[in-house]
Structures are given as C-alpha cells and as structure tokens.
Design a protein around this ligand. Structure first.
Ligand code: PGA
Length: 248
C-alpha cells in the first residue's frame, strides 16, 4: 500500500514572515500520519519554516537545487545547504523551470541523483503541453521525460525515495484540471514505464502524484484513483484550501 504524499509548492509567493504566520495557522490541522505532507517554500524561507513545522509530522521541501557540491556557482544552492536546514524533499524539473530556466531532462537527472546521494527525496515533475495532448503525442513525451529524468537511478531508490509528479502543463495554474480519469490514465502509464525500466515490484512501490489545479472540490476524486498516490498543489497550497486537500 503506497502512502499518499501531498506537497504544497508555494512557488515565488510569501515572504518569510507571511509564510511563517500561515504555517503557524494551519500546522495543527495538517499534522497527520495518514499522509505525508510536505511544504515547499522559497529558499530564503526554508530555515524559518523548518523551525515552524518542528514537532509536527509536516516535512520540508525545496523547489529547486543545483547538482554541484560547492564552488563558484553564483546564485545556486547545493544539496548540503538544503540538508542543513532540514529539507527532506525537493521538487526537480517543474515545468516552470523547464520553460523559463531551460531545465532539461539531463539536468533534472543530475539534480535527482545528487539529492539521492544525500538522502533527500526528489519530486521529479513530468507532463505534456496542450499541443502535445491535442496531437496525441503525450504518452511519447512523458515516457521520454520519465526515462531520461530517472536514468541510472538504482531501483531501490526509485521504489523508496523518488516521487514522480505528473503535471500536465495545460492544467497548471489555469483552473483546468485534468479529469480524474485522464490523470489516472497517465499515472498508470508512468507506472508501466517504470515497470519496463526496472520491474513490476519497483513500479508497484513508486509514488506518483498528480498536479495541476488540485483544489478541495476535486481532491477527493483525484486522490482516490488507483494509480494516483498524492498531489502536488500550487495555488491552493497558499490558503486554507491546503488543509481541506490534506484532509480529503
Ligand atoms: P496549481 O500548480 O495547483 O496552481 O495548478 C501546480 C504546480 O505547479 O505544482
């Protein structure tokens, strides 16, 4: 039985004081062992949010990382730096990073591997554009992203540490949610790709989230689908809606 994982991706929202106040307000209502709950604030808020969730079951996630250990990489943040403030998950390859910051599958793969070296769980995002869905190339596109982003990662790590987030780009921040069936169809397909890359046992264990306009009104249906093991929540993670989603 795969434990559900619900992660809030704050993106570039909330300065530290506001973020901290929000976490103080909701933390008791999202303190649960039934699902893994992760909050992903911006880099400069990680340390204070880490303190704010201390003593709860809520985990800290980052939104990005760099794959080099240290050195002359102005503006970048290493895995050790994340670990030092208590980060246990890190989103990699979000479509906004792929689109605005030219992140490729190869970069995503390097980041995921570096995170795993230090025992931080990567949340690896994949997903097709509207054009790709309409031209029916979405399975091809997503398969390539999954294969290339997860290349050369040990199957034990895939089964126990890696989280895959299926986020159709056309459903992110648009209010357009994939239907629960569409989301499940792709998550199931991703599981089949993992089975082809590794084996059935690994595919049965890997957790696959859906992300894209998840809100309280659709969370229950989405999270009860056979192959969806959680949600990556953007906009709705900034309000009390997040509490409702966690308690779906
Ligand atoms: P959204 O974002 O929930 O605002 O659509 C999801 C995401 O980008 O992770």
């Amino acid at each position: 039985m795969r434990k559900k994982i619900i992660a809030g991706n704050w993106k570039m929202n909330y300065c530290v004081n506001k973020g901290e106040a929000f976490v103080e307000e909701i933390k008791n209502s999202i303190n649960t062992d039934e699902v893994d709950v992760v909050i992903c604030p911006n880099f400069v808020s990680l340390d204070r949010i880490s303190d704010a969730i201390d003593g709860t079951s809520v985990k800290l996630g980052a939104q990005n990382v760099y794959f080099e250990d240290k050195g002359a990489y102005t503006g970048e943040t290493s895995v050790d730096m994340l670990a030092a403030v208590g980060v246990s998950y890190c989103i990699v390859g979000h479509s906004e990073r792929r689109q605005y910051f030219a992140e490729t599958d190869e970069i995503v793969n390097k980041k995921a591997k570096k995170l795993l070296e230090k025992d931080i769980c990567p949340i690896v995002c994949v997903g097709e554009t509207l054009e790709e869905r309409e031209s029916n190339t979405m399975f091809e596109v997503v398969e390539k992203e999954v294969r290339d982003s997860l290349a050369d990662i040990d199957k034990e790590l895939i089964a126990n540490k890696v989280v895959i987030a299926y986020e159709p780009i056309w459903a992110i921040g648009t209010g357009k949610t994939a239907t629960a069936e569409q989301a499940n169809e792709m998550c199931k397909f991703i599981r089949e790709v993992v089975a082809k890359m590794y084996d059935e046992a690994t595919a049965e264990k890997v957790r696959i989230q859906y992300g894209g306009s998840v809100k309280p009104s659709n969370a229950n249906e989405i999270l009860n689908m056979s192959d969806i093991d959680g949600a990556l929540v953007g906009g709705a993670s900034l309000t009390n809606d997040f509490v409702a989603i966690v308690n779906y």
